[in-house]
Write a protein that binds this ligand. Structure first.
Ligand SMILES: NC(=O)c1ccc[n+]([C@@H]2O[C@H](COP(=O)([O-])OP(=O)(O)OC[C@H]3O[C@@H](n4cnc5c(N)ncnc54)[C@H](O)[C@@H]3O)[C@@H](O)[C@H]2O)c1
Ligand SMILES: O=P(O)(O)OC[C@H](O)CO
Length: 328
């Protein structure tokens, strides 16, 4: 919608013929964005070739679980001169790879060709043209600026950032903490507990992101703090809602069945469980969430475990030893 509002010719690929027909005939996507009239400049299609042919830019927004599959479908029609960015907030669980790596592998291009857009932007509000700010990260300054020019308008403000790795990790990890904040709300633990989770959660994801090579400042920006705030507080947030239902004692499968949309945080908690073992970095909140989601731990016991940890300094990020292990 943002691109169409900016006067671009937009083709929207989807796999469901029913949804494509609905969009083209009624200008509405009644399942995901009921009540929103889509601009005439958007043409939906089930043909990847038709969607991508002659395009200047391609934006991929598939759930992380199917990113590889979708990028593989794009490959025959992809050209090196196309701008390619994604908006997916997750990791590949088995390999811990980021989405830009997966896309580059499938398109057989250099990873620096792939950028990411992230930041606090629930589709429900962007589609109603409510003021929104995002960040586009690309290691190529020119490509970041091209994406900025394509997307920016009066209600959609776009910043650039060169730290693709940091932006992707911040976008994926904030879902873990937002899910934890939802769980805290589901347990009716109040505002102090939620503020603590968000603050210490930000410290936790910044710490692990830095060990993995991110610029810590990216986590203070729109991709980190900005998206953490929106995902942990918005009524539109799937991750917060899933956590809320879990905190109320609903079983994981029942929660997933009731959502009807992707909840990236759940898979990212699985990934974090592997990351903390691989990078030997502490992720206490993610670890407790893993025990709750996948090992049946009572959420109240998880909170007791977090509160009962030994005394610490607030400023501790990572040990010199850990830093040297990953950066020398
Ligand atoms: N919804 C938002 O406001 C928002 C904002 C920013 C980023 N994101 C990110 O975008 C990604 C997708 O989220 P979403 O909100 O669109 O999820 P969603 O659950 O609302 O929609 C997922 C879409 O992917 C399609 N899909 C599922 N499997 C597929 C496959 N194998 N091939 C092709 N398409 C397939 C589904 O049919 C559906 O249309 C996530 O990583 C999410 O974090 C979402
Ligand atoms: O609805 P959520 O929790 O998946 O969050 C979606 C986006 O990341 C918000 O920017």
């Amino acid at each position: 919608m943002v691109l169409a509002d900016n006067g671009h010719d937009v083709r929207l690929w989807a796999r469901s013929e029913e949804q494509v027909n609905e969009i083209n005939k009624t200008r509405e996507n009644s399942r995901f964005l009921p009540g929103v009239k889509l601009p005439d400049g958007i043409r939906a299609t089930t043909s990847m070739e038709e969607a991508v042919k002659d395009a200047e830019a391609v934006i991929i927004v598939a759930p992380s679980k199917v990113m590889r599959e979708v990028a593989r479908m794009l490959k025959p029609f992809w050209r090196e001169d196309m701008l390619c960015i994604h908006a997916t907030k997750g990791l590949e669980i088995d390999t811990l790879k980021r989405m830009s790596t997966i896309i580059a592998e499938e398109l057989e291009c250099d990873e620096s060709k792939i950028g990411v857009i992230c930041g606090p932007s629930h589709a429900e509000e962007v589609a109603r043209r409510r003021p929104t700010t995002i960040v586009v990260a690309s290691s190529k300054e020119k490509e970041a600026e091209l994406a900025q020019n394509l997307l920016m308008n009066a209600y959609f403000r776009v910043y650039t950032n060169r730290d693709v790795l940091g932006a992707e990790l911040a976008g994926a990890f904030k879902n873990i903490i937002a899910l934890g904040a939802g769980m805290s709300d589901g347990l009716e633990y109040g505002d102090n507990a939620k503020a603590a989770l968000l603050t210490r959660g930000l410290a936790e994801i910044t710490r692990v992101g830095t060990v993995m090579g991110a610029n810590p400042l990216t986590f203070s920006g729109l991709a980190g703090v900005g998206d953490l705030v929106v995902t942990a507080t918005s009524r539109h947030s799937r991750n917060w809602r899933a956590g809320y239902l879990l905190g109320q004692g609903k079983p994981l499968q029942e929660v997933l069945d009731s959502m009807g949309m992707v909840v990236e945080g759940i898979r990212t908690i699985e990934a974090a469980h592997m990351i903390l073992q691989k990078y030997k970095v502490q992720m206490p909140i993610a670890e407790q969430l893993y025990h709750v989601l996948f090992e049946g731990l009572d959420p109240r016991t998880a909170v007791e475990a977090l509160m009962g940890r030994g005394p610490k300094t607030e400023m501790e990020m990572i040990s010199q030893e850990t830093w040297e292990q990953w950066h020398t």
